[in-house]
Design a protein around this ligand. Sequence first.
Ligand SMILES: Cc1cc2nc3c(=O)[nH]c(=O)nc-3n(C[C@H](O)[C@H](O)[C@H](O)COP(=O)(O)O)c2cc1C
Length: 386
Amino acid sequence: MQFYDFSFDIDELSTKPNCVRKNYMGTSAKMVVILCLFLFLGMVLPGIFFQPEASLEVWNVQESDYPSNSSSEERLTYLLNYTILAPSSYNSQPWKFNVSNDEIFVFADESGWLSVADKDKREMYISLGCAIENLVIAAEHFGYNCSVSYFPGEKDLVAAVSLKQQPEAGSSSSALFDAITSRRTSRQPFESRVISRQDLDALNRSSSCSDVSIFLTEDPAAKERFRDLVIQADRVLYSDINYKSELGHWLSLGVMGPTGVGAKIAQMEMVFLDPVPEQIRRDADLINSTPYIGLITTKKNDSLSALKVGRAFERFWLAAAARGISLQPISQALEVPETKEELTGLLSDGAEMRTVQQAFRLGYCEEEGERSNRRPLVDALEKNEK
Ligand SMILES: Cc1cc2nc3c(=O)[nH]c(=O)nc-3n(C[C@H](O)[C@H](O)[C@H](O)COP(=O)(O)O)c2cc1C
């Protein structure tokens, strides 16, 4: 049997004549390039081919296509086209639905749970609450009476929405309904223009719910404090390789920002480069440009409270979108225990609900950003799982 010895002595190498040395170096450099190419393609190509089929088509849902003469199940399924346009943390779309004759069951799809950024699943339940609110608004628009029971059964079943068609009902609440297809997350700097008292009152009224409070502040000291907490949180989060890997994974799926090869490059930049300075600069600019900071609070700190926050938040967001007002959720300070604790200090002293569930910025934006895509509805339909 013949053995090959691939080891070499670096001293021996350096004593060889130049031409031989060149040959050694040339071969190894080529090998390194080829190896890198294989590694790169190995990481990039499967990532591209296995990217979920997500598209912007979902935003073209038309009221006129509502199948009013079809079966109840088909009509309820149509409502889900509006449900999946809800915002969700990292656009993770952590929902599944099961449609029966007169009920829609909403399940948490934990493959969309961000176990590093969102340890207590707060953002996952808020996202599910946003979807439930879209469903209720769309259903009411098409003449249904809705009642929602929360956590009515097994663990993943977060809500059962029962829908009764009203015999004489026509379309209602069209401003919020229309805003479902125009709402989006605004990641541009805001104008310094203030929002009229009348509009602010209307936003508060539209989202009023006895278990949830939405606190808005334009106080410069509060905004500065909020900005500093976000920066502090950015430093912690974007230096944590587990956080960066999780964010990188969602970027690579092409559901947030770039798609295709761009999504894989965004993932590699997130994982291999140091994003802290750029992230801090960007967040500071965004918050400095913002006329209002909002904090959504509840009394309790449980999954049901987070679901209700999601519903109130989405209603508030749609009411804002209907008035041409832009919004961006800002979650970083809630994802680090120390900064989350400090956010409570921004609330007014007399505030009764002191568990901060979500933060956001609110204002006018000259140019809205691009739309984000969604998985096709069929991927979110769960059959016979009640
Ligand atoms: C609970 C929750 C937390 C979010 N946190 C952030 C955030 O920290 N920064 C951000 O830019 N967007 C945040 N978003 C917005 C999502 O990224 C956005 O909804 C998703 O990408 C879909 O885009 P769209 O809202 O434009 O439809 C959050 C959304 C939800 C529901």
